[in-house]
Write a protein that binds this ligand. Sequence first.
Ligand SMILES: C[S@@+](CC[C@H](N)C(=O)[O-])C[C@H]1O[C@@H](n2cnc3c(N)ncnc32)[C@H](O)[C@@H]1O
Length: 250
Amino acid sequence: MALSNTPNYQSSTYGDGFADIYDDWYQDVTDIDGTVEFIMSLAQGKKILELGVGTGRLALPIASTGAPVSGVDSSFAMLDRLARRDRSRLIKTHLADMAHWLPTGPFQVIFCAYNTFFNLVGSNAQESCLKLVGQRLEPNGRFILEAFVPSNSPDLPTRGIECRHTANTTVMNITIREQTSRLIRGQSVEINEEGITLRPWRIRVRTPSELDNSAGRHGLRLLERWEDWHRTPFTNNSDRHVSVYAPIRA
Ligand SMILES: C[S@@+](CC[C@H](N)C(=O)[O-])C[C@H]1O[C@@H](n2cnc3c(N)ncnc32)[C@H](O)[C@@H]1O
């Protein structure tokens, strides 16, 4: 499969490709306890919605506190994994593209963690998701977005390859970065005794101020920005952010 032209890349492609290994590879990729505590501090016991809920890595520990949690994901394979982990059916899940549909709510907290917002790669997808978020929040609700801060350095290589090895497996991650569109296309190539598995992915990255401008166009204003879920102050050197937005009408 050509990296530059992965045919029919859709909103479900990432999840369908990574669902089988997601929990093995990414279970500890971000701070689960910090995320749960932060979300709970803003939810006031009311409804919570996770965008791109995946296998429930974050939503399950939140729902386990007794909070009412819903999740949207465009990948059936991811939601199927979640259903197998969520034996008590704590989470209400919806198979949908978050750029086009979100449950009515209203929600006290809507959150999109671990760079998942960048998975919206269609030309207007991030804008249209923010519009829906603005419509689905309680009047005093909060939208929380966790993402990395993309470097604006023109010196960054536009192509890259990383390799990691375990006893029986080699995983190569090949990336192509398009400077003007901010689209990053990648292919994860897993090689083991059983053969080769290709897992294509794409992200469209945005700086924090670009995100603030988009949010503002859809009635959301930035209330707080932190470097992490423990409210470490965000600085010009921070390489990631946890941003909290509120409806402008609040
Ligand atoms: C990086 S994973 C994160 C999963 C989970 N939030 C976590 O932190 O472990 C991104 C998730 O977003 C889902 N996703 C990607 N594009 C989506 C879209 N347009 N609408 C809904 N879900 C989407 C993928 O299927 C995948 O489950």
